[in-house]
Design a protein around this ligand. Structure first.
Ligand SMILES: [Ca+2]
Ligand SMILES: [Ca+2]
Length: 326
């Protein structure tokens, strides 16, 4: 009984409070409705139409008799008043930009007929620039380092991307890869294909494109200079790069066939890195002789041929380089 009374008191008090001014949160949605046509034709029932603000999809609806109705409400704390609203139409496997745009109006009921075209939308302006950025350009044998694939996107919206990075597998060894900051924040599909001396990475955006003015790291490769690298240079190249927008139209890209070169220091067989291949290196190798990767006494520096164990082949490589300096 006491509780009921106090509840009633609260209700009465609340009802006596002055009515709050209409805040942004309570502003009713803007309703958009109208006819949808693609290439001047009606669309089939169930065609998905969506409404977007600043490249973020906010609501979607399906058409009936080539007509749609969409309500776009403000999120809590958001102010959509006078913001530009755009529309997309899914047609076949493509998502078309409707030609029409609108300005958001709280409580508005806006008739706007949407038209789409299957003709490729020409995009002008700067191509997407892709570059490689190694963490170090001077490396000792056996040392790990990272190479970042950086992208600078100025005009296009990128929904899909493919990048292939190649290197000489006799000089460099691939040890892993990670998504860069440009790709991390949002769920997407991605696959990577690792071959000898070649890493291919493909991503598909599922919610948001990589938009204009995205600048940063796409993906990071971890590499290591092989212990038995005979070259004094490790070349890493961007061999394939392609980006496409939501209509599968390829974007212009610069950076294909660009490369970075890593200079390699030291002599094959100089396990302790003191500048000469001698008995000290032999004793280091024999200390871990017969052990495999994962075993306690395995020393990756002594695995000169990089096959995951220290054995006769490694000893032979060392013997062949005895006395060398550098
Ligand atoms: Ca040595
Ligand atoms: Ca070995």
């Amino acid at each position: 009984m006491v509780r009921l009374v106090s509840t009633l008191v609260i209700i009465v008090v609340l009802s006596l409070l002055p009515v709050q001014p209409l805040s942004a949160q309570t502003m009713p949605p803007n309703r958009f409705y109208g006819r949808v046509t693609v290439d001047g034709q009606s669309v089939s029932d169930g065609t998905v139409v969506s409404v977007w603000v600043a490249n973020i999809k906010r609501a979607e609806a399906i058409t009936v008799s080539s007509n749609y109705v969409l309500d776009l409400a403000q999120a809590v704390g958001e102010n959509l008043v006078d913001k530009t609203v755009t529309f997309k139409i899914i047609f076949g496997y493509k998502q078309l930009d409707a030609r029409e745009t609108a300005r958001w109006e709280g409580g508005g009921v806006t008739k706007i007929d949407l038209t789409g075209s299957t003709q490729a939308i020409e995009r002008s302006g700067a191509p997407i620039a892709v570059t490689l950025q190694p963490t170090k350009t001077l490396q000792k044998r056996g040392q790990p380092f990272d190479v970042s694939v950086m992208a600078s996107i100025k005009q296009s919206d990128v929904w899909r991307g493919e990048i292939t990075v190649s290197f000489d597998p006799k000089v460099l060894k691939f040890t892993g890869m990670a998504k860069g900051a440009l790709l991390v924040p949002e769920p997407m599909l991605d696959v990577s294909k690792i071959e000898d001396g070649k890493v291919t990475y493909i991503f598909f955006r599922t919610k948001l494109p990589l938009t204009s003015l995205s600048d940063g790291e796409l993906v990071r490769l971890s590499l290591r200079v092989r212990n038995d690298a005979t070259s004094s240079e490790g070349k890493i190249s961007l061999s394939v790069i392609s980006f496409a927008d939501e209509n599968a139209k390829a974007a212009a890209v610069t950076g294909k066939d660009s490369f970075v070169a890593v200079s390699i220091l030291g002599t094959v067989g100089d396990i302790n890195g003191d500048g000469v291949v001698d008995f000290r290196d032999v004793s280091l190798l024999t200390a871990g002789y017969g052990f495999k990767q994962g075993d306690g006494l395995f020393d990756p520096r002594s695995d000169l041929n990089e096959d995951g164990e220290t054995g006769i082949e490694d000893l032979a490589i060392l013997a062949g380089n005895m006395g060398r300096k550098g």
